[in-house]
Design a protein around this ligand. Structure first.
Ligand SMILES: Cc1cc2nc3c(=O)[nH]c(=O)nc-3n(C[C@H](O)[C@H](O)[C@H](O)COP(=O)(O)OP(=O)(O)OC[C@H]3O[C@@H](n4cnc5c(N)ncnc54)[C@H](O)[C@@H]3O)c2cc1C
Length: 407
């Protein structure tokens, strides 16, 4: 473990803890019921400059590293990723669906940062200098390709001045409202991962056919949608990184998709920690008011033991998240620990939310308690950005690679 709380991290934590309590939590239930986050709130956070932009380890845009020379940059303490996970935990404590809806490039940001040409970065990130809330999105998942991201079917056929794209993307966060969406397609299915390219699909793209906005069990205030591309001509300038990028690095298309996850998995894990912390606090508060649990009764002993276990597991999950973020700040390859943080936090957070419901009894299931909402919201943290099963496969691959490297 190689991380510490810097003054800036404490500042961000303290401010966002206050913001989550006074601004996010109060709109949580209503946003869940309405299936949307009030636009007045989104305009307010935009004006305050609060966003949830994940930062890829390889790039480290913004804040403490951007725009300085390599040498100078190396001397600075990079903390963008640690600050991002601190922010994610605090705001998810307020409401995870609300923060996933905050204006900004979202999951589309890291691939643009990591591989976009200077012109693309300026054009695509420039969209967010508009004072109105704007969104970006990331489209990898298809009806027949979720965990098996290498098996995507959306085709990209070369034509004069660009590509023709055909296929369907599904479960896209902020997909219907996005100004642009980083969209993965294959130029040749027989090439598997090596055939994949990342394209930018802009709002109003001819051939873009919006699909359903899903009615979900949890994170109901967050928009999740599908779209199809039918003979959609995408000009060369919207091939992320440009043609030369893929010619130079044949296998890079898929790596672009996967590298995004090294920075976003710890963020998603941090959000799961935030929700679990909320559930643990709520359960503890309610139990302090329960006379049957007064000290010395058998019920009190059992309950205390369970709360103790939940608190310890939450702390372990947070430690993995911080480790993954610290490695990214130190520019160390963090794929294995990022997957560990995602797999562990998702499962621990689900268990904590379930146990919190168990401990408080039937009141936890009532609509006036946010426990039932967190119980619904938390499941998806074990699914998106790669399920726990898939994370464990990623981790084991790295173990074998490391073992092979040492032989
Ligand atoms: C709310 C929400 C938002 C999302 N946002 C986005 C987004 O913005 N962009 C985007 O591209 N996608 C997004 N997704 C999609 C998400 O990333 C996928 O749902 C996820 O990758 C899992 O794919 P799947 O649902 O097709 O499940 P499947 O891949 O069909 O998996 C089904 C089950 O099989 C297991 N499984 C699959 N393969 C293996 C294996 N090899 N070994 C062991 N077990 C396996 C899985 O763990 C899971 O339990 C979102 C999903 C949700 C629910």
């Amino acid at each position: 473990m190689n991380w510490e709380w810097t003054p800036q991290m404490r500042q961000v934590r303290d401010f966002l803890r206050y913001f989550a309590k006074t601004e996010i939590r109060p709109i949580s239930r209503a946003a869940d019921v309405a299936h949307e986050v009030p636009i007045s709130f989104l305009k307010k956070v935009k004006a305050l400059g609060i966003s949830m932009e994940p930062i890829p380890a390889s790039v480290g845009r913004g804040g403490d590293g951007e725009g300085v020379g390599e040498e100078q940059d190396a001397k600075r303490v990079r903390q963008t990723n640690r600050i991002a996970v601190v922010a994610a935990e605090e705001m998810a404590w307020g409401d995870a669906a609300v923060i996933i809806t905050l204006p900004g490039p979202g999951l589309g940001g890291p691939p643009v940062s990591a591989t976009g040409t200077p012109e693309q970065k300026e054009r695509l990130f420039g969209v967010f200098s508009d004072p109105e809330p704007k969104w970006g999105a990331y489209a990898l998942t298809e009806p027949e390709a979720g965990s098996d991201a290498a098996g995507i079917q959306m085709t990209a056929t070369r034509t004069k001045g660009g590509y023709i794209l055909n296929g369907t993307k599904t479960f896209i966060t902020n997909g219907a409202r996005a100004e642009w969406t980083v969209t993965f397609a294959t130029v040749d299915r027989s090439l598997g991962r090596r055939g994949q390219r990342a394209f930018v699909i802009e709002k109003g793209q001819p051939g873009l056919e919006p699909g359903r906005i899903f009615d979900k069990m949890g994170l109901r205030a967050s928009e999740t949608s599908e779209f199809s591309l039918v003979d959609a001509f995408v000009p060369d300038e919207n091939l992320l990184g440009g043609e030369a990028y893929y010619e130079e690095r044949q296998a890079k298309g898929f790596r672009v998709a996967m590298a995004t996850f090294d920075s976003t998995r710890p963020l998603v894990a941090a959000m799961a920690v935030g929700i679990a912390r909320a559930a643990l606090e709520e359960a503890t508060d309610r139990l302090t008011q329960n006379a049957a649990l007064s000290l010395g009764t058998p019920l009190a002993e059992a309950t205390r033991a369970r709360l103790g276990q939940m608190a310890a597991e939450l702390e372990m999950a947070r430690a993995l998240v911080f480790e993954a973020a610290s490695m990214a700040d130190a520019r160390q390859p963090n794929a294995k620990v990022a997957s560990m943080s995602k797999a562990f936090s998702g499962q621990v957070a689900m268990a904590i939310c379930r146990q919190a419901m168990d401990l408080v009894g039937s009141v936890g299931a009532l609509g006036d308690s946010l426990l039932e909402k967190w119980y619904r919201d938390i499941k998806v943290f074990d699914i998106f950005e790669g399920t726990a099963q898939v994370q464990r496969i990623v981790i084991s691959r790295r173990l074998f690679e490391e073992a092979g490297a040492e032989r």
